[in-house]
Ligand binder design. Structure first.
Ligand code: CO8
Length: 258
């Protein structure tokens, strides 16, 4: 499907989605968020795709919601439309693994989009921030909630109240990103990591993702019980038999994805 504001390529079992509004630093217009949601729908429905990478340019992953587009909206406009945040949930709800490869600016909605992915690989020039306060609004796509869970109250509060950016090194120290990669290697590295995941048993990967995500939604006791139930259910899969047999026989597993 041709898209106006993103580019989708398939690299082996990986769908690579590149945000592509370079003149606006990939500001997240309604069209871009719609295109992104449709691309995630397509990747999720495609059995050849085992993992997704979302990236931007070297200068900007995304500089936030499109300020020029939303500047004139009224309360009724945004309330009735559930202003585009509802569409964003598509990325957070994707059951296949999604990696954010972030170079340059990930600000406002850009930072929120990165945090909706399963993990973030950062280019060494990455800058994360929630600058909404400096333009008279607050984060609207999970920034106050997800950032606080990633980096804790003190740092999240400072960032949301002052709008200051975090560089890649600080973001790694704070636990916002899984690791830092030289920017020139970022996309290839993210695709390599995604490919490694995509070549594992697909249903088992989905269960692992579901279980880690549960940690953000419930108590420790409930989460551990949920994990145990999923762990038990892996023993109902052919891939658990295959994985453990392959280990004992000192060979590579041949995953059946069932
Ligand atoms: N929206 C619209 N256009 C943008 C945005 C944006 N968020 N960011 C940059 N642009 C445009 C600029 O207007 C400029 O366009 P033009 O050439 O036509 O003037 C072009 O991109 C290049 O930008 P700059 O000239 O400003 O580039 P610099 O390198 O000087 O500065 C910055 C880069 C620091 C990133 C700067 O552009 C900036 O501060 N951008 C705005 C960052 C920001 O405030 N983001 C938060 C937006 S609010 C938000 O995200 C709320 C999310 C709520 C969720 C709702 C769902 C979407």
């Amino acid at each position: 499907m041709p898209y106006e504001t993103i580019i989708v390529e398939h690299r082996g079992p990986v769908a690579l989605i590149t945000l592509n509004r370079p003149k606006a630093l990939n500001a997240l217009s309604d069209q871009l968020v719609t295109d992104l949601g449709n691309a995630v729908d397509a990747a999720e429905a495609d059995d050849n795709v085992g993992a997704i990478v979302i990236t931007g340019s070297e200068k900007a992953f995304a500089a936030g919601a499109d300020i020029k587009e939303m500047a004139g909206f009224s309360y009724m406009d945004v309330y009735k439309a559930n202003f585009i945040t509802a569409k964003w949930e598509r990325v957070a709800k994707c059951r296949k693994p999604v990696i954010a490869a972030v170079a340059g600016y990930a600000l406002g909605g850009g930072c929120e989009l990165a945090m909706m992915c399963d993990f973030i690989l950062a280019g060494d020039n990455a800058k994360f921030g929630q600058p909404e306060i400096t333009i008279g609004t607050i984060p609207g796509a999970g920034g106050t909630q997800r950032l606080t869970r990633f980096v804790g109250k003190s740092k999240a509060m400072e960032m949301c109240l002052t709008g200051r950016n975090m560089d890649a090194a600080e973001a790694e120290r704070a636990g916002l990103v899984s690791r830092i990669v030289p920017v020139a290697e970022l996309v290839d590295e993210a695709v390599k990591v995604a490919e490694r995941i995509a070549k594992l048993s697909r249903p088992i990967v989905m269960m692992a993702k579901e279980s880690v995500n549960k940690a953000y939604e419930t108590t420790l006791t409930e989460g551990v019980t949920f994990e145990r139930r999923l762990f038990h259910s892996t023993f109902a899969t052919e891939d658990q038999k295959e994985g453990m047999a392959a280990f004992a026989e000192k060979r590579q597993p041949d995953w059946k994805n069932r």
